[in-house]
Design a protein around this ligand. Structure first.
Ligand code: SF4
Length: 363
């Protein structure tokens, strides 16, 4: 990098400011870079001052490392002149309050009812096949050939996968196969197909509420939805083997049954009335302070507290108050950091948290 250059943020980048860190998200390139909040002023300076001038203020080594990393992650580019940061308005057509993703259990009794899902805007389907006898080639082929379906995934038992491997691998739209009850945990890539083998059971996979960067969805659609809705629940459905329809595998509130004539109306009404769906991360304890709140699609259902805010019954694997995942050295739980979130409210013991941050980040 020539230190005389300017740095310009990409017009498709949005910055989500968290408690300690911020996340710069490039919505066109689907990349992100975490930035310490202390460096945000440096970033905004880059619009007005050359990197040479900034290096004189904070040190050349520091400046190069910071801006080179941002260029690598496509957050911005170096140029000869400082340009005005003109962020485009993101215009995107969404299926307003309707279905986008469905988890569908298929079996011998499904009949043709699954076709109802084609009329409600479904774009992505994950099919669950629990047993050998539940494999229904005609249903999977029909879903694979439906022009409105853009993404197809299969979650099945490893033994079922082995038995029907040839069939399964032939579906053109299939992007992911998850084989539960495998004797190993591994990921294999075959052309454009990801084969994930997990030792967990099918139920453990669909009810897994742990969060990690693999739950992030970096897209314009998800970003826009995250500003207004809970992205795990918004436009999502789970249809069990009896045809009963729920918002997600973790929801216990029955919406309707896929065999009912008023299936579409019932779903519309549910999406319209559900308070949890309208609870974006900005209104949920802890997530509201997290830099990942506009990319994270965590399988955690908030509990309403009053009309306009929510909390979670368990802790996330990420603690935004210290900027650590639970597998990282230095991680502490929320309670160890003086953060309490429950049905009574949200509280931070500033003294305890300040001490934790100092202990962890003093260097
Ligand atoms: S704190 Fe919330 S937004 Fe942040 S990673 Fe966890 S679930 Fe996602």
């Amino acid at each position: 990098m020539s230190i005389q250059d300017f740095f310009n943020i990409d017009s498709e980048v949005r910055i989500s400011k968290g408690f300690l860190f911020s996340c710069a998200i490039n919505l066109r390139e689907s990349t992100y870079q975490v930035i310490p909040n202390s460096l945000l002023p440096v970033l905004s300076l880059s619009k007005k001052k050359s990197l040479n001038e900034i290096a004189e203020m904070i040190g050349e080594e520091y400046t190069s490392a910071f801006f080179n990393e941002l260029v690598e992650k496509k957050i911005g580019i170096f140029s000869q002149k400082g340009m005005k940061d003109k962020q485009k308005n993101i215009l995107i057509k969404t299926n307003d309050l309707f279905v986008s993703n469905v988890i569908l259990e298929i079996n011998r009794n499904n009949g043709d009812y699954f076709r109802q899902l084609f009329n409600v805007g479904t774009e992505a389907i994950m099919i669950i096949i629990r047993n050998e006898d539940d494999f229904r080639e005609e249903i999977i082929s029909c879903i694979n050939n439906c022009i409105t379906i853009t993404s197809l995934q299969i979650l099945t038992d490893f033994d079922v996968f082995l038995k029907y491997k040839e069939h399964i691998m032939s579906y053109e739209k299939l992007g992911l196969i998850i084989c539960a009850n495998s004797n190993e945990n591994s990921v294999e890539q075959l052309n454009n197909l990801n084969i994930v083998k997990l030792s967990k059971s099918i139920n453990e996979v669909i009810k897994d509420q742990s969060t990690s960067p693999s739950n992030f969805s970096i897209s314009k659609k998800n970003y826009i939805e995250s500003l207004k809705y809970n992205t795990y629940l918004y436009g999502k459905l789970y249809v069990n083997s009896h045809g009963d329809v729920f918002n997600s595998p973790c929801s216990d509130r029955l919406i309707t049954n896929i065999r009912k004539d008023d299936f579409s109306e019932s779903i519309r009404e549910f999406f319209y009335q559900s308070s949890e769906i309208k609870l974006s991360n900005d209104f949920c304890d802890v997530c509201k302070d997290c830099e990942y709140r506009n990319v994270c699609v965590s399988a955690r259902i908030p509990v309403m507290r009053g009309n306009r805010e929510g909390y979670f019954e368990g802790e996330c694997n990420y603690n935004p108050y210290i900027g650590k995942w639970d597998w990282e050295i230095g991680y502490s739980s929320l309670s160890e950091c003086g953060v309490t979130s429950d049905k009574f409210g949200f509280r931070i013991d500033k003294k305890v948290l300040k001490h934790k941050i100092k202990e962890l980040w003093r260097n």
